[in-house]
Write a protein that binds this ligand. Structure first.
Ligand code: ADP
Length: 440
């Protein structure tokens, strides 16, 4: 992009027009005088033509001037707005504050007079003019050792800060001053840091919940799978005991170990059921939650999952009448599982991979769907993929969909899979009954 100031674009034309105007006017005058001296028809025509041309060039010069003035005014307004809204200050070569705008004064919460002439390092810990000199450029970001600078307010509180700098060229001429050496634009990172911390916290919570959920699912699967052989073994033991009773005293010595073995089988069954109970996905306390808010909180994590695989994740959840009864963290866990699967499927495309999360009010329910433009799922595999420990991924555990289905069912919904009508890949969807009484 051409970054030359507007005036630099326009000036040569304005000068050319003015020069043309004065030359033509001069020539017209000379000819008019010559005509007055010896009036001839051709001289009159030339004089008139030149006068007309000079008027036209004057109009052109005036219009260019007006355009340039408009552009300069717009640019000034833009710079003014940027300057007012962005905290900014200037420093001398040795790092003393020379000038500070209102936004910077407000940011540090100290009177302007108290800041003038003070080292900027008093307001920003670890700031050093070497950072500017080492930047080896005319303008750019000032890198801090920790990734951000720490601003210190007048009341002693601190906040994270990013700094952009621009070197001020020394003003030429005898009146020129080189005191203001560098201009700094400041960005308060408090909000973005808080949002990052919140996302990190949610991420850690989701990881913990995932570990418990997947263990619970494994326990449930194990209990289910072991139930049948354990019951069969117990039945065989019963049958053996009955046979021993019939055999009379000869079989008597074999009865105690058989009783013990039966006791152990029963114990194994109880242990498995206990483990299953302990690790069961706990969603008994469903609260009133807004789906759009649960998705909004999750947005940084979903975007991160997409970015990792270069997949665009689109979020579009209707925020009207979206109250449902839900366990916030379990709902988020279910959505993360579906989006992660969709991202992994869509990432197989060479380009234009997309995952779309949509939330819509549909009469008494709120429907959430996660669609992708990956390869989709063959009709014959649709039921199979929900079974625990079923995976087509080399590092997959095959628990994501079964955990998600359990969560959705505990919320009173049903998880379905089909081909996405809009994106062509897979579409997973479930609906939750809306909370009566609409949004809060
Ligand atoms: P995992 O992700 O560990 O494989 P899941 O239970 O989440 O376990 O998924 C089971 C299988 O379902 C996956 O291995 C994959 O074959 C299939 N699957 C899940 N989601 C999608 C999707 N969006 N597109 C295509 N296949 C999918």
């Amino acid at each position: 992009m051409d970054r030359r100031p507007v005036a630099a674009h326009r000036k040569p034309h304005a000068w050319a027009a003015a020069l043309a105007f004065s030359t033509l006017t001069g020539a017209g005058l000379v000819l008019a005088l010559a005509f007055a001296w010896t009036p001839t028809r051709p001289a009159l025509v030339i004089a008139l033509a030149l006068t007309l041309l000079s008027i036209l060039s004057l109009i052109a010069a005036w219009r260019q001037d007006r355009d340039m003035a408009r552009q300069l005014t717009a640019r000034d307004a833009m710079l003014h707005a940027a300057f007012l809204s962005t905290p900014a200050l200037t420093l001398s070569r040795d790092g003393l504050i020379q000038r500070m705008n209102g936004a910077a004064v407000a940011l540090f919460g100290l009177p302007r007079e108290a800041a003038m002439g003070r080292p900027f390092s008093d307001l920003t810990a670890e700031f050093d003019m070497d950072a500017v000199h080492q930047a080896n450029d005319q303008a750019g970001q000032l890198e801090a050792r920790r990734g951000y600078w720490t601003g210190r307010r007048a009341d002693g509180s601190t906040f994270p800060l990013s700094l952009r700098f621009g070197l001020i060229p020394p003003t030429p001429g005898p009146g020129g001053s080189g005191v203001e050496h560098v201009a700094l634009a400041l960005t308060d990172l408090t909000r973005s840091h808080a949002a990052e911390a919140q996302a990190r916290e949610l991420h850690a919570q989701l990881n913990k919940v995932w570990r418990l959920n997947s263990l619970g699912e494994m326990a449930a699967t194990l209990a289910h799978e072991l139930n049948q052989p354990l019951s069969a073994a117990t039945a065989y033991m019963h049958a053996s005991q009955a046979e021993m009773l019939k055999a009379g005293p000869v079989a008597e010595p074999a009865r105690p170990p058989l009783d013990l073995a039966k006791g152990q089988l029963l114990r194994a069954g109880k242990l498995i059921h206990r483990m299953r109970e302990l690790l069961t996905i706990e969603t008994s306390v469903l609260g009133r939650e807004r789906v759009s808010s649960m998705i909004e909180d999750l947005a940084p994590i979903l975007q991160m999952i997409g970015q990792d695989k270069k997949v665009e994740v689109r979020l579009d959840a209707e925020a009207e009448d979206d109250d449902v009864r839900a366990d916030r963290i379990q709902f988020q866990q279910a959505l993360v599982n579906l989006v992660r699967n969709a991202v992994e499927a869509a990432a197989e495309r060479p380009d234009g991979a997309v995952v779309s999360v949509t939330g819509r009010v549909e009469g008494p329910v709120y429907r959430i769907s996660v669609e992708d433009n990956g390869p989709g799922i063959a009709e014959a595999d649709i039921e199979r993929i929900f079974q625990p420990l079923t995976t087509t991924k080399s590092a997959g555990m095959g628990l994501g969909l079964s955990v998600t289905r359990t969560i959705v069912e505990r919320h009173g919904g049903a998880l379905s899979a089909r081909r996405s009508p809009s994106l062509g890949g897979a579409a997973f969807a479930f609906a939750l009954r809306r909370h009566e009484g609409g949004s809060r």
